[in-house]
Design a protein around this ligand. Structure first.
Ligand code: PAF
Length: 285
């Protein structure tokens, strides 16, 4: 596997693939890789001649410096995992490579970025679209792969790719879960053992919501069931619960008659060490 640290190195690597007529799949990550990322690599591997990954803890998508600081960095292990999974190349740039001196350009979806998770993390999705647009331009893949756990993130990236005419496909890969249902996330490593044991409440709450969601059930009743399930776990502090139209991301209301995307987020732990986890489920009547 080629390890590139600069834009020009990864570009010349990809140029070799293109010269040989090969297709390229891209998996962007912030490192601290786990089986969820490996599922993205596997999906790209299955569809393309070449797989390029990126590892970059993107500073512009973190609101709090403490959160950026605390983000796990496990480069040697990540490289070994990517190699094992069959990636052909990885870009591991310094921030100055992605955000050159004097940088002043941002990419933003003006409506989607301010809704739901964007409300509680102002500027987060602007940071995501800004870095992903740059990574798309740097690598120039045929398709890019993202985990469905980050439900709103994929929607934002899809919208950006469509609006800016990026010549690539944005593909979602189903969430990978631990045996107890917890969605795999790099943040899980920061949970105390007690919070790790409590965290599967998010999946239980989504399952409970799905269980009561019969055609015609009031959306508010589905939401209430989810809230009550989270409330049964004293270590979880519900931060966001949004039931939305999967196409527009506008709030779903009235009776359950068309598909609904459920996005949930909760904090585990206290103070600066509190870990924000998210999960999602799409349900259809
Ligand atoms: O999902 C992530 O890990 C990040 O938001 C991404 C897409 C790599 C952008 O930094």
């Amino acid at each position: 596997m080629q390890i590139a640290r600069t834009v020009s190195d990864i570009r010349s690597e990809v140029a070799h693939y293109r010269a040989a007529g090969e297709s390229v799949g891209l998996v962007t990550t912030m490192g601290a890789l786990h089986e969820g990322h490996m599922a993205l690599i596997a999906a790209a591997r299955a569809a393309h001649d070449r797989v390029v990954a990126t590892i970059f803890v993107n500073p512009t998508q973190f609101g709090e410096a403490a959160d950026l600081e605390a983000y796990p960095r496990t480069e040697a292990r990540d490289i070994a995992m990517l190699e094992e999974a069959g990636a052909d190349a990885v870009l591991i740039p310094e921030a100055s490579e992605i955000y050159p001196e004097g940088d002043e350009t941002i990419v933003e979806t003006t409506r989607l970025a301010d809704m739901h998770h964007g409300r509680t993390r102002p500027g987060h999705f602007r940071g995501v679209t800004t870095v992903v647009a740059r990574l798309f331009n740097i690598v120039g893949p045929d398709a890019a792969y993202f985990g469905e756990k980050d439900y709103q993130q994929i929607a934002v990236i899809r919208r950006m790719a469509r609006d800016l005419h990026f010549p690539l496909e944005v593909r979602g890969v189903p969430t990978v879960r631990a045996e107890d249902g917890l969605a795999l996330s790099s943040r899980n490593a920061r949970l105390s053992p007690e919070d790790r044991a409590a965290a599967p409440v998010l999946k239980r709450a989504l399952d409970a919501g799905r269980a009561v969601a019969l055609p015609g059930t009031r959306i508010e009743d589905i939401a209430q069931t989810i809230r009550e399930t989270v409330a049964e776990e004293p270590r979880a502090r519900l931060e966001g619960l949004d039931l939305v139209d999967p196409m527009t991301f506008l709030p779903a209301t009235g009776p359950f008659e068309t598909p609904v995307g459920i996005m949930i987020s909760a904090r585990f732990g206290r103070g600066d060490d509190a870990v924000l986890l998210i999960d999602q489920m799409e349900i259809a009547p």
